[in-house]
Design a protein around this ligand. Structure first.
Ligand SMILES: [Zn+2]
Ligand SMILES: [Zn+2]
Length: 146
């Protein structure tokens, strides 16, 4: 097994920082209506990591809503400045969606798939090189399955 990477990140005001030891299972952008609200009009860009690989320093606030699927979707943000940091689904409580823009160093992560593209605004041009899903595709495979 190759050596895992580590990442650091944080919010816009600096009150919350985090460190991740591990590799992401997937990097996706999500165009669902809910993500468009969180992101002020674009998609959210998310790198999926195991929750226990993430160490947070600072005070997070959170909120949640019930998705059409019946799953509860939570989102976590800096209690001081509101920067989006993580998302989570009750369907996959062991995983976190780390908002790509909150990673604070040069890194190689980029989305390889766009999901919920059926809800994207008409003016959006999605990179045709990315895999595209009209709605929710299957979850990325969990790590350490064996
Ligand atoms: Zn902040
Ligand atoms: Zn979404």
């Amino acid at each position: 097994m190759s050596e895992s990477k580590s990442y650091t990140g944080g919010c816009a005001c600096g009150a919350v920082t985090y460190r991740i030891d591990g590799d992401p299972m997937a990097v996706r952008q999500c165009w669902c209506r809910h993500c468009q609200k969180l992101s002020t009009g674009g998609p959210t860009h998310n790198a999926f990591f195991m929750a226990d690989a993430i160490a947070v320093d600072g005070t997070l606030a959170s909120n949640a809503h019930a998705a059409d699927s019946g799953n509860e979707l939570s989102w976590y943000f800096c209690a001081s400045c509101g920067t989006q940091l993580f998302g989570a689904s009750s369907a996959r409580p062991q995983m976190r969606a780390v908002r790509l823009g909150s990673l604070d160093q040069a890194h190689e992560l980029q989305p390889t798939a766009a999901i919920w593209v059926q809800e994207a605004p008409g003016w959006v041009r999605i990179d045709p090189a990315m895999e595209q899903h009209p709605a929710q595709p299957p979850a990325p495979p969990p790590q350490n399955q064996s």
